[in-house]
Design a binder for this molecule. Structure first.
Ligand code: KG4
Ligand code: ZN
Length: 345
C-alpha cells in the first residue's frame, strides 16, 4: 500500500434492509458516522401486528434509492469518494435482504466499487464501536427480535457463539406477550414502559436450563404468561397489565443478567457489550449497569437509536471486514441461515 493510501480516510457506504427499516449510512474510518438515514416501516406493519415479509420488500424497493441519495447528501460525499459498499447479507427476511443486496450490486457495478457482505449480528455488535471503541477480550450479549446469544470475542472479527436461545428470541417473546395484552407492534417498548409502573406480583418462571449452560429459552416463559392471561380472562378476573409487564420483564432481565455476568467470569473478560433492539430496554440497562458495577466489569450499551436496526452498525462492521480483506461479488446472495462464526477473520 502506498503512502498516499495509508493517510487517506476510508469511507464505507452501508446498506441495511434485513427487516422493516430501510437504512443507508456513510461511515468514516470505521467509527465516525457521517450519515445514518433510517426509513422505518413500522407504521405500515402495525395494522397486521407484525412484519409482513411481502409488504417489507415492497417498502424497501420504494424507499431504497431515495434513502441512498439522502444518506450521501447528508454525509456530503459522492459515490466516487466511497471506498466500498457494505451490505447486510443475512440473517433476515430473504426478500427484504435482496433489495439491499441488489442496490449494493447495482452501485458496485456502476461505480466500480468493492462489495463487503456483513452479518447482521456482527453489525449489532459493532454498533457499540461507534460510541466507545471495542476492547478485547469481550463478551457480547445479543438481544434482538430474531436473536438471543452470547458471543465471546478475543479480538476484532473473532466471533465465538458460546450460548444461544433454543426457541424464541427475547424480542419475539416481548412482542408476543405484548400482543396478548393488546399492545401495538412492536410490543417491546410498550412492555418496557408498563414494567416501570407495575409490581412483580405474578410468579413467572426463570428458565436457567442445565447448570453452566449459556443457552437461553424463552418459549416456556412466554407460554406461562399467555396461559395466565387466558386463565384470568376465562374466570373474568381483573388483569393488571402493568404488573404482568413487570413480572415478565423481571424474569427476562434476571436470566439475561445472570448468564451474561457468569459468562464474563468464566471467560475471564471484564468488558461486556450489549447489542440488538432489546438493548434499549430500561429494565435490562439498569440491571446490567448495577451488576457490572458490582462485579467491576466495563459495560457498554449503544444509545437506543443505534440499538435498533440501522446501517451505521453495518458500516462499522463492514469497515473491519474490508480491512481484513473480505470481498463479495456480483453473485452475492442473501442468506437467512448464515452463521456469525463464518465471518470470523
Ligand atoms: O434488533 P432489532 O431492531 O431487530 C432485529 O434484528 O430483530 O430488534 C427489534 C426487537 C423487537 O422485538 C422489539 O420489540 C424489541 O427489539 N425492542 C424492545 C425494546 N425496544 C425494542 N424490547 C424490549 N424493550 C424495549 N425497550
Ligand atoms: Zn437487528
Amino acid at each position: 500500500m502506498g503512502e498516499f493510501e495509508m493517510t487517506t480516510d476510508t469511507l464505507i457506504l452501508a446498506i441495511e434492509t434485513s427487516c422493516d427499516e430501510t437504512s443507508v449510512s456513510v461511515i468514516k474510518n470505521g467509527t465516525k458516522i457521517l450519515s445514518n438515514t433510517v426509513l422505518s416501516q413500522i407504521d405500515s406493519h402495525k395494522r397486521f401486528g407484525g412484519v409482513v415479509p411481502e409488504v417489507a420488500s415492497r417498502h424497501h424497493v420504494e424507499g431504497i434509492t431515495a434513502t441512498i441519495q439522502e444518506s450521501l447528501e447528508t454525509a456530503n460525499v459522492s459515490m466516487n469518494d466511497v471506498n466500498a459498499i457494505a451490505v447486510t447479507q443475512g440473517p433476515g427476511l430473504i426478500g427484504a435482504l435482496l433489495i439491499g443486496i441488489n442496490a449494493a450490486k447495482a452501485l458496485a457495478f456502476a461505480y466500480d466499487k468493492t462489495i463487503i457482505p456483513v452479518h447482521h449480528i456482527a453489525g449489532h455488535i459493532y454498533a457499540n464501536h461507534l460510541e466507545q471503541p471495542l476492547t478485547f477480550p469481550l463478551m457480547a450479549l445479543i438481544v434482538s427480535g430474531g436473536h438471543t446469544e452470547l458471543v465471546y470475542m478475543k479480538d476484532h472479527l473473532n466471533f465465538e457463539v458460546i450460548g444461544e436461545t433454543r426457541d424464541d428470541a427475547v424480542g419475539e417473546a416481548y412482542d408476543k406477550v405484548a400482543r396478548t395484552i393488546n399492545l401495538p407492534y412492536p410490543g417491546g417498548p410498550h412492555i418496557d414502559r408498563l414494567a416501570s409502573q407495575g409490581k412483580d406480583t405474578y410468579e413467572f418462571p426463570r428458565v436457567w436450563l442445565e447448570k453452566d449452560s449459556y443457552d437461553f429459552s424463552f418459549s416456556g416463559l412466554k407460554s406461562a404468561v399467555i396461559n395466565k392471561l387466558h386463565n384470568l380472562r376465562q374466570k373474568n378476573e381483573n388483569i393488571i397489565a402493568e404488573d404482568v409487564a413487570t413480572s415478565f420483564q423481571n424474569s427476562v432481565v434476571e436470566v439475561l443478567t445472570y448468564k451474561a455476568i457468569h459468562a464474563c467470569h468464566d471467560y475471564q473478560v471484564n468488558r461486556l457489550i450489549v447489542a440488538g433492539g432489546v438493548a434499549s430496554n430500561k429494565g435490562l440497562r439498569t440491571s446490567l449497569t448495577n451488576s457490572c458495577k458490582y462485579e467491576d466489569i466495563q459495560l457498554t450499551i449503544p444509545s437506543p437509536k443505534l440499538c435498533t436496526d440501522n446501517a451505521a452498525m453495518i458500516g462499522a462492521a463492514g469497515h473491519y471486514l474490508y480491512q481484513a480483506g473480505l470481498r463479495g461479488n456480483l453473485a452475492l446472495n442473501g442468506e437467512n441461515n448464515i452463521d456469525i462464526e463464518d465471518f470470523s477473520m
